[in-house]
Design a protein around this ligand. Structure first.
Ligand code: AHR
Length: 494
């Protein structure tokens, strides 16, 4: 099959906010304990953080990590994770039915973030708690004044503020499973009042209001509209969450699912701008896609109920090759919507629906989805160009899905044009002609291909079956060949 992709230096979508390559660590299962933190592990550093895990995370070049939840945050007391570790309370976490030792809290996590070379996107509890505790958390983390909570941080050994710049006002408050679930009006009022005093405490922070917890929620659309009606003046972003499934084992449909991501983003942009118009506001609310991934195998009680144990194996999804192809296309969707999506967090980072897996006391390894994320994050920085894609289509559930899907990013600093493309055909390879206008003499310097003949192939602790390879390149050819159901990165120097 033939396809053509045209982009022009002069026709841009916008500058990519690097925070679209963010991720997420929740106190859930083995994400924190035996994930990033395992003091008895042979690679543990002076604070108990696993170096083998840190090294893998550094390869992902994640600029921001959301913390500490997720559903967990809606019952969490942030103070429990501060100060003398020997005095911290052991509590139950109602969200995942586990025992939380509180040996890692914000004091430790901010240090881990420094070691991982990333920033913290902090979430406050608006499920069981409210305005006061949210304000006090900002004061503890960012306060520079001579006041109780800022001084408590100093007493705990942190003279300098943590300076977290991005804050989530709760998590998935539209979901009945959420501790302290609220109606849109209840949540909107609370988020406004909490956000107001959080910004009074530190005017430099940015705030994210909860959008719907998925596109399928009965209050979808209406929730966003009502919440923004309340919070428009105080918040900066609205959150989106979406997990993709392939329960029907329909690979053609599944590989086309980035189209749904596009639609979702465009729907929510429309809601944000509707409220903007209604309010005659000059301010634009942008999007924080702060939970996204493939997730459908490790679901239900068996995978989500910790049975009151510490660090149980929860939501440990094993990713296959087709998941990686979809994840690659979802990253292109963010790049193509970089004018409005400013933050996105792959949910999550370690062990829990994650690109990095560990065994207790043993190895750490990269799941299949690690690779498209690593390439997009490391090379997809700069300005996204508009593209014209001439391609054949296939039909799925009444929707026309283009076989070719992707994005083009101009990294001006490196003098590179990076094309991320998937061939979503299950049968045929694709001869892709590239027409990159106004770039003079550009030449292809790298073609990274992620391909496996078996869509269900997985990586595990013993074998990396799904691994990107560097294809041989023909420097002066304007056509590249893309294997069937493959994800590719083409890097051009100009
Ligand atoms: O990422 C796992 C869970 O999915 C999060 O805790 C929650 O916000 C979402 O429903």
């Amino acid at each position: 099959m033939k396809a053509k992709l045209t982009a022009n230096k002069k026709f841009t979508i916008g500058k990519i906010d690097n925070r679209i390559y963010g991720s997420f660590i929740e106190h859930l299962g083995r994400a924190v304990y035996n994930g990033i933190y395992e003091p008895t592990h042979p690679t543990a550093d002076d604070m108990g953080f696993r170096q083998d895990v840190l090294e893998l995370i550094q390869k992902l070049n994640v600029p921001i990590v959301r913390y500490p939840g997720g559903n967990f945050v809606s019952g969490y007391c942030w103070e429990d994770g501060t100060g003398d570790k020997s005095k911290r309370p052991k509590k139950i976490d109602m969200a995942w039915k586990t025992i939380e030792s509180n040996q890692v809290g914000v004091d430790e996590f901010q240090e881990w973030a420094k070691r991982a070379n990333t920033e913290v996107m902090m979430a406050v509890n608006l499920g069981t708690r409210g305005v006061t505790e949210a304000q006090q958390c900002v004061e503890y983390c960012n306060g520079t004044m001579d006041s109780y909570y800022a001084n408590l941080r100093r007493e705990n050994g942190f003279e300098e503020p943590f300076n977290f710049k991005l804050w989530c006002l709760g998590n998935e408050m539209d979901g009945p499973w959420q501790i302290g679930h609220k109606t849109a009006d209840e949540y909107g009022r609370l988020a406004l009042e909490a956000g107001k005093v959080m910004k009074w405490t530190d005017p430099s922070i940015e705030l994210v209001a909860c959008g719907s917890s998925s596109i399928g929620m009965p209050t979808y659309g209406e929730w966003e509209y009502t919440v923004l009606n309340h919070t428009y003046d105080v918040v900066d972003y609205l959150s989106l969450h979406l997990y993709f499934n392939n329960t029907k084992d329909d690979s053609a449909k599944f590989l086309g699912d980035a189209e749904y991501m596009d639609d979702f983003i465009e729907d929510i942009v429309a809601v944000c701008d509707t409220v903007k118009a209604k309010k005659h506001s000059n301010k634009t609310i942008n999007l924080s896609f702060d939970e996204w991934n493939v997730w459908y195998r490790a679901v239900g009680d068996k995978h989500g109920d910790g049975r009151w144990t510490e660090a149980p194996h929860l939501l440990e999804e094993v990713y296959n090759f087709e998941d990686a192809v979809l994840v690659g296309t979802l990253l292109s969707s963010f790049q193509n919507h970089c004018d409005r999506v400013k933050v996105a967090c792959l949910a999550q980072l370690v062990n829990v629906i994650a690109p990095v897996m560990t065994e207790n006391g043993g190895k750490a390894w990269a799941q299949t989805i690690f690779y498209p994320f690593m390439y997009a994050s490391n090379y997809g920085r700069g300005t996204t160009l508009q593209t014209i894609k001439e391609t054949e289509y296939y039909e799925c559930n009444g929707k026309q899905i283009p076989y070719l899907y992707g994005s083009v990013v101009d990294n001006e600093e490196r003098g590179e044009l990076v094309v991320f493309v998937a061939n979503r055909s299950l049968e045929e390879s694709m001869e892709l002609e590239l027409c990159l206008e106004n770039y003079g003499n550009y030449k292809l310097v790298e073609h990274v291909e992620l391909y496996h003949d078996d869509l269900k192939a997985i990586n595990d602790k013993d074998e990396q079956r799904v691994l990107p390879v560097n294809r041989e390149i023909e420097e002066n050819s304007s056509t590249v060949s893309l294997k069937k159901h493959s994800w590719n990165m083409l890097r051009f120097k100009y």
